[in-house]
Design a protein around this ligand. Structure first.
Ligand SMILES: Cc1cc2nc3c(=O)[nH]c(=O)nc-3n(C[C@H](O)[C@H](O)[C@H](O)COP(=O)(O)OP(=O)(O)OC[C@H]3O[C@@H](n4cnc5c(N)ncnc54)[C@H](O)[C@@H]3O)c2cc1C
Length: 371
């Protein structure tokens, strides 16, 4: 019996598995896809994770991540504000980053199964993690399966009962007109589109749009021509950039509803515990930070006989809430400023003329650097 089973191999699952395995604890990670693969993500990572990644030899220096130090915001009608980022960040494709971490996990001794988990049960203090092919038994399960999964239905989680209003679309492009060290957020009616550089002089173009908007326009390219291109910055990108894929990566049912960090004795990690709105550019940092937290607390439970399952669950929920609950709430509040033309103009006005307010809001969405 493997002591720890991790469900899902995104950033949260990979990083927690590496840390646990490096402590000498046996870990099985079950991920339904095979690496490397693309995912919908803006691929801008806040520098709050940099000291941690460097300290644990998990910063993928050889891949040459892009350094990002300034922020550009444009409104639906194209007015623009630029400001320096307080912490800054780096850009790297998930294709490269997740694959790099997968290799680190293999080197640390993590056992991988590429299967879909269909159910998780706890009986007599032991978990059964059920896939289409087998049952994996374990003492602790970490749920790192991302923003939404059929498992959430099994757990009867509240957020899964509501339809989510957003879709996400991602491309990799070449586009020289964008400043190399800036991350931009271009607003359009019903959504916003980020652009920033990743490795190899490639740019990530990724947007979040209301699902109803796609329904009205029928197809992704019609939505882009008729809605996104109303913003002159986006119009220029769609007319002049070189699109590197035949078709974009698309996901739907993106929800920012609150979730619980522990559900049916499973410790939820990354987006499975709660997803911050993408405009904050912080979901990946939070996934990595929750991975560190969960690894510390699970290690304590397994190595200390007087730290029970109840103690472990209580401490994880407490520390998760202290670190992330307010950031997720601020993200939801800022999200309301985007999508409507007059509100996006107000947001640009704040960045231009009320810099301290903009800096304050920005600082509320990211955490402090950690080791
Ligand atoms: C449009 C958009 C743009 C974004 N832009 C940014 C950004 O620029 N910067 C940033 O920091 N964050 C951004 N984010 C958020 C970021 O992508 C997530 O917060 C981050 O990927 C969370 O990592 P995770 O490990 O929790 O989940 P994921 O990376 O989603 O990994 C979950 C994994 O679990 C697997 N899985 C799911 N169900 C099962 C199952 N039943 N069995 C086995 N495996 C399963 C999946 O295949 C997947 O590999 C964005 C999100 C969206 C939607």
């Amino acid at each position: 019996m493997s002591q720890i089973t991790v469900v899902g191999g995104g950033l949260a699952g990979l990083v927690s598995s590496i840390l646990l395995c490096r402590k000498g604890l046996p870990v099985t990670l079950i991920e339904k896809k095979r690496y490397p693969f693309h995912r919908v993500c803006g691929e801008y990572i806040s520098n709050e994770v940099l000291p941690f990644l460097i300290a644990h030899d998990l910063y993928p220096e050889n891949i040459n991540p892009a350094s990002i130090s300034s922020f550009m915001l444009t409104s639906v009608n194209g007015s623009k504000a630029d400001l320096p980022l307080d912490l800054g960040g780096f850009g790297i494709s998930r294709y490269a980053l997740d694959h790099f971490l997968y290799e680190q996990a293999l080197a640390a001794g993590v056992e991988f199964y590429h299967e879909t988990v269909t159910d998780i049960t706890l009986e007599n203090n032991g978990f059964k993690v059920i896939t289409e092919r087998q049952v994996v038994e374990g003492q602790v399960v970490i749920g790192a399966y991302g923003k939404r999964s059929r498992l959430d239905k099994k757990f009867d989680r509240d957020f899964i009962k509501k339809r989510s209003p957003y879709i996400g679309v991602k491309y990799h492009i070449r586009y020289d007109a964008h400043p190399r060290n800036a991350v931009a957020l271009h607003n359009f009616k019903g959504g916003y589109c980020g652009i920033s550089r990743v490795e190899d002089e490639v740019y990530n173009l990724c947007y979040l749009s209301e699902r109803t908007s796609l329904k009205v326009h029928g197809q992704i390219d019609a939505l882009e021509k008729e809605v996104l291109a109303e913003n002159p910055f986006l119009e220029d990108i769609f007319n002049n950039a070189e699109f590197l894929w035949d078709k974009p990566e698309v996901i739907n049912e993106i929800s920012f509803e609150t979730k619980q960090p522990v559900e049916k004795n499973v410790l939820m990690c990354g987006d499975a515990a709660g997803m911050i709105t993408p405009l904050c550019g912080n979901g990946m940092a939070i996934a990595i930070h929750t991975a560190k937290l969960v690894a510390e607390i699970v290690t304590k439970h397994i190595t200390k006989s007087d730290f029970s399952r109840d103690d472990m669950e209580r401490e994880y929920a407490l520390r998760w809430n202290a670190l992330f609950k307010n950031r997720l709430r601020t993200g939801r509040q800022i999200q309301h400023m985007f999508g409507a033309p007059w509100l996006s103009n107000t947001a640009v006005g704040i960045c231009r003329y009320a810099r301290p307010v903009a800096n304050y809001l920005m600082s509320k969405t990211h955490g402090t650097p950690f080791h």
